[in-house]
Design a protein around this ligand. Structure first.
Ligand code: SAM
Length: 250
């Protein structure tokens, strides 16, 4: 899967491609990560990429010509790629969207805006999809593109090393992930739950399921609205309620 980022700040994104699991995925040729500097496609000697908005008002707008040329250049290299505009006005990104993009394996070209955003004509003629990473406004689209690439790439088999680790992640099946512990066995007087040391896989699975449900219930009860509890989950939640009742009314 090829990720191309069109940006005025390629150094920001290049650093991201050079670290951690993403770097490993690139080294293993499971994904590619490339930056295209939009400024390289400016037609004047001052390398201008922005201009004043028609109709007046504050801020600058990204000029259409350099952006259009940068998109064409990226499309020549990855002709089947989808052009995705980073904008707070797009559909809100979530784990489901990350899974969809990873499963489709389409190459992606990310357009990172700056200033007040891009000229509307580039959006209407060249953009396939708009994505937002949340209901807040940042100064540029680079962090948004990196967030999306990071979460999509880790779902490509082999990037994380073990696929199992992404299967129990939070938001898979609309639940939060269970609590984690590592050595030492006792830290600041707090012990690791005994069941995790038992070696009994079924009991560990049950404990993790319970931990995941408790966390979802306490931190993100709204997730039970998108995915109603299964029979097994209801049983676990009832058992937890009984335990809480005995704590309150011993
Ligand atoms: N004037 C625009 C508006 O109100 O919709 C916001 C422009 S913002 C200051 C500059 C650029 O940052 C945008 O073109 C976009 O690429 C990026 N950006 C800002 N917030 C974002 C978000 N929540 N998700 C994705 N991209 C975002």
């Amino acid at each position: 899967m090829e990720f191309t980022v069109l940006t005025l700040f390629p150094e920001l994104v290049d650093t991201f491609f050079e670290h951690g699991m993403i770097h490993r995925g690139i080294e293993s040729r499971l994904i590619t990560g490339t930056c295209v500097n939009i400024r390289d496609f400016s037609c004047d000697r001052h390398k201008t990429v922005d201009d004043r908005p028609y109709g007046g008002g504050s801020g600058m707008v990204m000029k259409p010509e350099p952006l259009e040329a940068a998109i064409s250049f990226a499309k020549e290299k990855t002709p089947k790629a989808k052009v995705v505009l980073m904008t707070p006005q797009g559909i809100r990104f979530n784990q489901q969207k990350a899974c969809d993009l990873a499963n489709r394996r389409e190459d992606l070209i990310f357009v990172c805006g700056r200033y007040e955003g891009i000229d509307e004509r580039v959006y209407t003629q060249l953009v396939d999809e708009e994505i937002s990473i949340g209901d807040y406004v940042m100064t540029g689209g680079e962090l948004a593109a990196m967030a999306i690439i990071d979460s999509v790439a880790r779902m490509i088999p082999g990037v994380l090393g073990s696929e199992a680790s992404s299967l129990s992640d939070s938001f898979i099946d609309d639940r939060l992930e269970y609590a984690h512990y590592t050595r030492p066995e006792v830290h600041n007087g707090l012990s690791v739950p005994g069941v995790l040391l038992s070696g009994n896989h079924e009991r560990i699975r049950q404990w993790r399921k319970t931990s995941s449900l408790q966390r979802t219930f306490l931190k993100r009860p709204d997730l039970f609205e998108t995915q109603v509890p299964t029979v097994e989950e209801k049983k676990i939640l009832r058992q937890w309620c009984r335990e809480l009742e005995t704590l309150v009314n011993p």
